[in-house]
Write a protein that binds this ligand. Structure first.
Ligand code: NIG
Ligand code: FE
Length: 413
């Protein structure tokens, strides 16, 4: 991309001109400004608008001037639901499922999440960091600038904090914003066999230390037949609330336990999966402003057949986000662009809804919509420059990465 040096009186650090901006605000399809320009100062977007509104002689406006030559620009991508930090792998379980065992059967037989818990407990922090960094780097290659990372494979205080520390460290070593969630109530650890209530008490008792550590930005739980009941989940949420931590929930993935309504009752940032969510849950989410995080990779990999109630979310005005759910059991996924395609092909989201799901609505699901998720002056200078003909190409193509350049907090990666 052509670069020129600015001269006197420059107001911005850098200015990009002659772009096609998918700002992803709600102003028209993709929030498009074409032709458009954007400028950054420090780590923030300083100006975003139409070329027609840019004063003459743009070379005088910024220290560095770049010509986008008609390329598309979108906000940096946000993967708002991942279990990126874990030990081991579950390829054997994949084979068992191909031989006929179900995800739930494997979990009930002591495999599934529990086998990853054993591997994660065994792994030291450095090993966990190294394997997670590989997965993170694959996501960054496609333009991810913000990622949520959950614990949930430690299931005791020391091992949960170990996972969360690794997540924080990844955010320090890599050019990405990391938001963390404490998922202590993910599964029943073997030492609490037959005593789910006892384990929930233990999770609630961990909450003050988790909060004091500063390692968790939110609290998540798995409300499901093979996870925890609505009542148990509510107790985890009470404990989170008493520490001032926002909540989110793995809800209604394999059955309807009223998870969406429960999440909404606690003002959850998001309820995630939602294949079995009922009308009451949808209405409650709409009222509470809880984002629906859809995970087409898990739906695909588990060969689910019950679709989340997309049309009802749409008509109720529930914001829909899309994420990888990157985890070893239900979604060994490290491509957010592939999730855009799956959200469209499997869930029938429009490519625009899919892209909003990994930008504007991904930011809402993490409670950072004031600073991230759209191209608007004042927000973080997180953006991607793509070699595409239209933003729909991002959902349309499979296995192709048209990313030209990505900026995060105003810095090129
Ligand atoms: O989001 N549903 C629960 N948790 C993960 C799966 C975790 C695993 O199987 O290891 C999910 O699908
Ligand atoms: Fe998940």
């Amino acid at each position: 991309m052509a670069e020129q040096q600015g001269i006197f009186g420059a107001v911005w650090d850098r200015l990009w001109i002659n772009g096609r901006l998918a700002t992803m605000t709600e102003a028209g399809p993709y929030g498009t400004i074409d032709p458009g320009a954007l400028a950054i100062s420090g780590g923030d977007l300083a100006w975003v608008g139409s070329m027609a509104d840019l004063p003459d002689r743009p070379e005088n406006l910024a220290h560095d001037l770049f010509d986008l030559e008609g390329r598309w620009v979108t906000p940096g991508l946000i993967d708002c639901h991942t279990h990126l930090v874990y030990g081991g792998n579950r390829a054997r379980e994949f084979e068992l499922r191909l031989e006929g065992a179900s995800y739930e059967e494997i979990a009930r037989a002591g495999g599934g999440i529990r086998s990853t818990v054993a591997a994660t407990r065994q792994a030291d922090e450095q090993t966990l960091y190294a394997v997670a960094a590989g997965r993170l780097e694959a996501l960054l290659e496609e333009g991810v600038t913000t990622i949520e990372i959950k614990s949930g494979y430690g299931l005791d205080l020391a091992n949960e904090l170990k996972q969360l520390r690794v997540a924080r460290r990844l955010g320090e070593s890599h050019p990405v914003t990391v938001k963390t969630s404490f998922l202590g109530a993910h599964a029943l650890p073997p030492e609490f066999d037959g005593d789910a209530d006892g384990y929930i008490n233990a999770v609630a008792a961990m909450m003050p230390e988790v909060a004091a550590s500063g390692l968790a930005d939110a609290v998540d739980a798995f409300c499901e037949g093979i996870g925890f009941s609505a009542d148990q989940t509510g107790r985890v949420f009470e404990a989170a609330r008493s520490q001032g931590l926002p909540v989110k929930l793995h809800a209604d993935q394999l059955s309807d336990l009223g998870g969406a309504a429960l999440a909404a009752r606690f003002g959850a940032l998001s309820a995630d999966h939602l294949e079995y969510t009922n009308d009451q849950g949808i209405a409650a989410m709409a009222k509470a402003g809880t984002v629906a995080v859809l995970l087409p990779g898990a739906f695909y990999f588990l060969r689910e057949t019950k679709l989340p109630p997309i049309e009802s979310f749409r008509s109720a005005g529930v914001s829909m986000a899309i994420a990888t759910d990157c985890n070893p059991g239900s979604a060994p996924v490290t491509s957010l662009l592939l999730m855009l395609n799956m959200a469209s092909t499997l869930f029938r989201l429009t490519p625009e809804e899919a892209l909003a799901g990994v930008t504007r609505n991904g930011a809402r699901a993490l409670g950072i919509a004031d600073t991230h998720g759209t191209l608007e002056a004042g927000k973080a200078a997180d953006f991607c420059i793509w070699d595409i003909d239209s933003p729909a190409d991002l959902a349309y193509r499979i296995g192709f990465n048209p990313l030209v350049q990505v900026y995060r907090a105003g810095r090129a990666r």
